[in-house]
Design a protein around this ligand. Structure first.
Ligand code: PLP
Length: 379
């Protein structure tokens, strides 16, 4: 690593987050670690830490991702959420990858495979992305699968909303129950519905024994630990807003103390002083309002930095970003800042959640948008 700009992945925090989640939500037999998108940008290598911390099933979105993850653990089961072509079932079998039945047509396409594969059925309860939507199709699969090399190991669905006091969550849950009403769920080894947010916001479901942890493992519970003294007021406000909407209860508070696993650092490589009414950046975007110190920091668009990143920290002090380029950012600093000073882009109180809200984006998207030009350094 020659340029001193990098992503720091704190595996101790990752491990603590997982242990913390499992301690607070102990009722499950299967804790899936969702590691699609190169483990949400942290690097597939972190699966080792996840497994040590208690994750006992991994989940990815494609066979390529499953095979990449397989390099780090030869035994852990890996569920592929996405479509795997019939021609690729041998590779899935060799890598011990569990398939998702994403539609009845897909099931019909692969059911005569000679490979012994575990499968989970995905139910489309309202996302309308993938999954079985019709009860008769689900029941046919469950009947027909017995005569195939496929073993039905699991059934699941995915929620389209955060489920925070919203009727859509309730509707999806009701749809899941309706679709499976003629099925003995106890006969299916793994039933999993919740992702991170659903887990922390909702009470457990007596028929589910698995949860799929994504963003929470990486330190984002989005559960804004509301201080106890503020809770009654927040609760009251929400109740008033939702009066008459008849939605199921939501847990506003929890004891999770999750820490962000990823931080991003760079360094100052150049400083210039400018006089009043000088300009900085493309399109002369910044006009100085007095004598100013401008630091050039060695990180930019090609690393995943966008105009939604507003501040950095240098020597504990916060400074605004005033211009962004492919490889640099310009920061309005003061005379305390020196060339080669370390710059915190994310960390020490600067959060990707704030960047996300600046750009009406999601933390999920931002995490996977930090490019591989920034080496991942593991702590
Ligand atoms: C099917 C499925 N389950 C679980 C997750 C994890 O979600 P989260 O990161 O919100 O916990 C995802 C993430 O995209 C998903 O697609």
């Amino acid at each position: 690593m020659y340029r001193n700009s990098y992503v720091l992945v704190d595996e101790k925090k990752l491990s603590n987050n997982i242990k913390n989640i499992m301690k607070n939500y102990p009722g499950y037999k299967y804790y899936f670690g969702v590691v699609k998108g190169n483990a949400y940008g942290h690097g597939d290598i972190v699966v080792k830490t996840m497994i040590d911390a208690g994750i006992n099933y991994l989940a990815v979105s494609s066979l390529d991702e499953a095979i990449s993850v397989r390099n780090y653990d030869k035994d852990i089961p890996i569920l592929c959420f996405g479509y795997i072509k019939k021609d690729d079932l041998e590779a899935a079998f060799k890598n011990n990858v569990t398939l998702t039945i994403i539609s009845y047509d897909y099931f019909k396409d692969i059911k005569d495979t000679k490979f012994k594969l575990k499968v989970h059925i995905k139910l489309n309860t309202g996302m309308n992305r993938i999954g079985i939507k019709k009860q008769d199709e689900l029941e046919s699969i469950i009947k027909e699968i017995k005569d195939t090399n496929l073993t039905l190991e699991g059934i699941y669905t995915h929620f389209a909303t955060s489920g925070v006091y919203d009727a859509y969550f309730d509707m999806q849950l009701a749809k899941f129950k309706e679709l499976t009403s003629n099925i003995d769920l106890k006969k299916i080894p793994i039933v999993h519905l919740y992702n991170s947010l659903a887990l922390v916001k909702h009470n457990g479901l007596e028929f589910a024994n698995g949860v799929r942890l994504g963003i929470a493992m990486y330190g984002f519970s989005a559960s804004a630990n509301i201080p106890d003294n503020k809770l009654p007021l927040v609760n009251l406000k929400r109740k008033i807003k939702l009066k008459g909407k008849n939605v199921s209860p939501v847990n506003l508070n929890n004891n999770l103390k999750l820490e962000k696993v990823m931080s991003i650092y760079s360094e100052v490589i150049y400083i210039t002083e400018i006089e009043p009414d000088e300009f900085v950046g493309y399109n002369a975007i910044h006009k100085s309002s007095g004598h100013e110190y401008i630091a050039t920091v060695s990180i930019g668009h090609a690393d995943g930095i966008t105009s939604a990143f507003k501040y950095v920290k240098i020597n504990g002090k916060t400074y605004p970003i005033i211009a962004i380029y492919m490889d640099y950012i310009s920061v309005l600093v003061d005379k305390d800042v020196k060339v080669l000073d370390k710059v915190t882009i994310i960390g020490d109180g600067l959060s990707l959640s704030d960047v996300a809200s600046n750009s009406h984006d999601t933390v999920h998207h931002l995490l996977v948008s930090i490019t591989n030009r920034l080496p991942r350094v593991y702590k």
